[in-house]
Write a protein that binds this ligand. Sequence first.
Ligand SMILES: *Cc1c(COP(=O)(O)O)cnc(C)c1O
Length: 385
Amino acid sequence: MSNTSTCAIPLCDIQASYESLKNEIDAAVARTLASGQVILGPEVAALEREVAAYCGAKYAVGCASGSDALLLALSALGVGAGDEVILPPFTFFATAGAVCRLGATPVFADIDPETFNIDSEEVALKITSRTKAIIPVHLFGQCADMDALHRVADRDGVPVVEDACQAFGADHQGLKAGAIGEIACFSFYPSKTLGAFGDGGMAVTNDPGHARRMAALRVHGMEPKYRHHLLGWNARLDAVQAAMLRVKLPHVENWISARRLIAERYDELIDSMELSDLLQKPVRHEFGRHTFSQYVVRVAGGMRDGLLKHLQSKKIGCEVYYPVPLHLQECLWNLGHAEGDFPVSEEASRSVLALPIFPELTAEQQRRVIGECAAFVRQQVAVAA
Ligand SMILES: *Cc1c(COP(=O)(O)O)cnc(C)c1O
């Protein structure tokens, strides 16, 4: 028998949702393989309809990854050499990678210290005549302040592309991520809130022109067959992934509820174990639903790396999203940034820590996670004394 007080707690448990839906998922795979249609085809088209309906948007274009969804969105908007795209430096690399791949220049705008999302006042300072798009990232499952951002963007008619890769199911003033910006990009990477069993992504929009261009771009810009008006690439979604995602989609609301409950339990544990000085709880914005794709605390007093090591030594999965902000990444040296350029992002990189969260995480496991944080504090106090 496993001893629950010592057994590992993963950051994210991808197997658990497979175990709970095994029969349906296996049947969906078998059905797709038997159909012989393994790339795009009816499964992908059905998933596109279902995701669009879920988001309350008109169109969805399935693609190979969240990274490709970003590339498709920016390409459809005509982003290219000489253009600037505004984005936060505190995000996964793909947000900036898509901009650079198209020959455009990423222009960073610092984040809000409470939500870690892009600060619209910083965005306003960065808009120029060359700004072709703004990409807010709905980090950790909570939407950026889209009203404030739209007020800034609309003044200059700049389209807003949501990087909603971490925010499937999040909402903002009653609109779901995916139906707020001009185009929204989702990732079905296995550890995301709605995860495939491999790579996958989707771009969602209300604009028929964008939808049509993105659908063409993902097949080398081919429309009709062997006629290429646009310079695309292969960004197709596998039918097997789509079929499995269709099994999972009806469960996503329950999973989000479970994640929100887990987040509340973490909050309560942090308070009841008197750790709120050490661990700053995630801030929920009043304008929408946080889906907690990650439960990220800020660790005070320069103790983040020490706590990370302690939790890892106790086999508790945790992670730093993200330890190096994008403006300090080696491959972006040519942008000419230096330490100090985006202080809020830099501070976040030094203090954030993601704790285990997945729908099946138990209250008992959570008590162990926060209990180990308390044990770490006791150790520090003992060392200092
Ligand atoms: C996961 C992620 C991506 C990229 O998605 P992939 O499917 O891995 O290509 C882009 N942006 C953000 C913010 C992400 O979290």
